[in-house]
Design a protein around this ligand. Structure first.
Ligand SMILES: [Zn+2]
Length: 245
C-alpha cells in the first residue's frame, strides 16, 4: 500500500497535477479526498429509481465517488478503477446475500455505446467490477465480460426527456457469444450510476429475454432526487442498510 502512495507522491512532484475532487494542487486525488472515499468503504444501501428499478448502491453520486467515476469514465484515469472497485464491494455483498446464494452468479455490466468503448478502449464498468472481485471476491460471483451491448440507434441519455430516455434505454442487446452462458443463469446487473433507472430497466429486460434470471441490480452510486424523492410513491432517494428490496 505505502509503495503505491509513494509512487503517487513522486508522480505529483514530477508532474504537478490537481485533485479531481477538490482541485487542490496535489496528486490526481489528494489524500484528504481519498480518505473520505475510503472512510465510506463499508457503506451500501438500496435506492428505488423513478422507473421502478431497485438497486443496491455504495452511496449518492457526489463528492470523491462522483469525481473519481467521472475521471475514470471520461478522462482515461483508469487507475481509479481500483478505488472505485473497493467501494463497489459492499453493495455487491449486500445484494448477493449469503455465500451459498452467490455461487455461480454472473455479474453483467450495463452497456456503454460501442463508439464510446472504441474511442476509450475500455469498458469502465467492467474495470471497476474486476477491481471489486480482486483480492476478496464477494463469494463465487464472476464477471461475464461484454455480455450486453448498446443496440444500433442508442444515444447518450443526457438531455432526453423521460419517455425518450426509456425508449433509448431499451435499445440494449445481449451479445451473441454471451447468450449460451446467460440462459438459465442467475445474474446481477452492475452499472455505474443510477439516474432514472431507465438504462438498468432496459438491460434487465434484455437479460430476461435471453433467459437469465436477474436477481439484483447493483451500482456504484445513485443520483439523489431530493424534491422528487419526497413526493414519489414508495419513495426514491437512497436509504442505507441491509433492509428492503
Ligand atoms: Zn482533493
Amino acid at each position: 500500500m505505502w509503495m503505491r502512495e509513494l509512487r503517487a507522491d513522486l508522480a505529483a512532484l514530477l508532474w504537478p497535477t490537481e485533485c479531481v475532487t477538490c482541485g487542490a494542487p496535489d496528486r490526481d486525488c489528494c489524500g484528504a479526498c481519498l480518505a473520505v472515499l475510503r472512510r465510506d468503504r463499508g457503506r451500501a444501501g438500496w435506492v428505488r429509481a423513478p422507473v421502478g428499478v431497485t438497486a443496491c448502491v455504495a452511496g449518492p453520486y457526489s463528492g470523491p465517488l462522483r469525481a473519481l467515476l467521472v475521471a475514470c469514465k471520461h478522462a482515461g484515469l483508469t487507475g481509479f478503477a481500483r478505488e472505485l472497485g473497493e467501494r463497489l464491494r459492499a453493495p455487491l455483498r449486500l445484494a448477493l446475500g449469503g455465500a451459498e446464494s452467490r455461487a455461480g452468479v454472473l455479474l453483467v455490466a450495463a452497456p456503454s455505446r460501442a463508439s464510446r468503448v472504441r474511442r476509450r478502449g475500455y469498458r469502465h464498468v467492467e474495470l471497476i467490477v474486476r477491481a471489486a472481485l480482486r483480492g476478496k471476491p464477494p463469494g463465487g460471483a464472476r464477471l461475464l465480460p461484454g455480455a450486453l451491448r448498446a443496440a444500433r440507434g442508442r444515444s447518450a441519455q443526457v438531455g432526453l426527456d423521460a419517455s425518450a430516455r426509456r425508449r433509448n434505454a431499451a435499445l440494449v442487446a445481449v451479445s451473441r457469444r454471451a447468450r449460451r452462458r446467460l440462459r438459465g443463469a442467475r445474474v446481477v446487473l452492475v452499472d455505474d450510476v443510477i439516474t432514472t433507472g431507465a438504462t438498468a430497466a432496459g438491460a434487465c429486460s434484455a437479460l430476461a429475454a435471453a433467459g437469465a434470471q436477474v436477481i439484483a441490480v447493483v451500482a456504484l452510486c445513485a443520483v439523489e432526487r431530493r424534491d422528487e424523492g419526497r413526493h414519489a410513491r414508495g419513495g426514491s432517494g437512497w436509504s442505507e442498510g441491509p433492509s428492503k428490496r
